[in-house]
Write a protein that binds this ligand. Sequence first.
Ligand code: F6P
Length: 542
Amino acid sequence: MTGTLTDSPAWQALRRHHEAVRDVHLRELFADDPGRVERLSLEATGIFADLSKHRVTEETVALLLALADERGVAARRDAMFRGEHVNVSEDRPALHVALRMPRSTSLVVDGQDVVREVHDVLDRMSAFANAVQDGSWRGHTGRPLRAVVNIGIGGSDLGPAMAYEALRAYSDRGMAFRFVSNVDATHLVEALRDLDPEETLVIVSSKTFTTVETMTNAHSARQWLLDGLGGDERAVAKHVVAVSTNLEAVAEFGIDPANAFGFWDWVGGRYSMDSAIGLSTMLAIGPGGFADLLAGFHAVDRHFAEAPPERNLPILMGLFRLWYRDFFGAQTHAVLPYEQYLSRFPAYLQQLVMESNGKRVTLDGDPVASDTAPVVWGEPGTNGQHSFHQLLHQGTSLVPCDVIAFATSLNPLGAHHELLLANALAQAQAFAFGRTADELRAAGVADALVPHKEMPGNRPSTLLLLERLTPFALGSLVALYEHSVFVEGAVWGIDSFDQWGVELGKELAGALVPVLGGTVSERALDASTAALVERIRRLRKA
Ligand code: F6P
């Protein structure tokens, strides 16, 4: 990969091609090409992807693939799978694919068989989950543990919280699961409010074990346990476990290393839900369910590594997102799961996409020549239809959408699922084909209303269709997005695995704590922040 991205022959060819096709309507593309659906549909590991409603021609796909080739996407993918230091700014591998490699395989990185280490931890997690489940691991007072509170933030929260919601149908309904992330005490207080300390297990999940929100919540939760368990420090060992790469800090916190589940610095926070960070998931769905989840991830890893680029779903999804972002100027991308269990999936993807690819410089530190990650957002269908879909259909912004649907429901009830699926398909139809003024007039709509009712269409979407939401399906969906994000990052030539942009806020907040507490003057602050501090002081006195 050499030269500036936007000067490259493939980019230039795409730019010229975009000029030629940008106004072509999906209606024309469908009318002119009977083979379109077959050519632009693809099935991988149980995920059927209808890519035909994208504003692409055969030539677009060929040019995007040429861009990926020119930018060395396949070589970077292979380097990632080999455990090379693809996270350049932090000088380490991004080896989340090793977290789901089967026990029978091996991958030696820096002299260590990481697959063996992964399975050692998985075995310890399974033994622990089984012990909690069968009651051989009990609380300090001898009661079985019936509630699990995961304390973490970012990647140490969003994955586990999303996965619990997604896989609730497979979870132990006799146990309560809570996820506390915000340093706002309300989050912790409300989560603990109806729980009994004697029956509660707290999992402190933090890759670094230094994140201020998590440590603050962990200390308060520990105190809540001690208060409820008669103040006996020994109680902590039965009620608090840790998940971290920083086992020294875990010990300093007072958690017995025997109650800690490790992972490795080559697992990025937002790529960690399938590591020990998924301990709450395993407690919910059992070791067998967790193994199915990992198998789903692994199946897509193999597809990504082996399928030819033109049939490779993560490659195509990544390139299509980039097509809209960089050539059509689409600033946002909506994820619309037609599955209530996936209600937290858009939030999960926000971190995955935006923390990974919300970058402004290349691996060499030069300004990146094009736009990078879009803003990702979304809500489950059909709720979104009654709020923001108006903008998707008739607004002035182009918002590419992913519609995710399952052929069968985990809760079959009357006509619900037929209605849900009909709506998913109808939205994708309406996005693509809209409704023309002529159609409206032919249907007798008054002339004055025609412009209001006209639906321009030509709004691109991917429809991902799966048989049903299972642990395997969830793992495969997450891996699909992980790798599509990788593909975009590789084309842009950025580091998709660091997140330096979050550091300044942490530093400034740390410096403001003593200012708010009154032990340090606000005088050195900028005028706006100083005035706000002053206002907070006055409001507190009032
Ligand atoms: O601040 C961002 C971040 O570093 C994320 O990348 C990470 O997922 C989150 O904080 C939590 O970090 P930790 O797991 O170390 O507490």
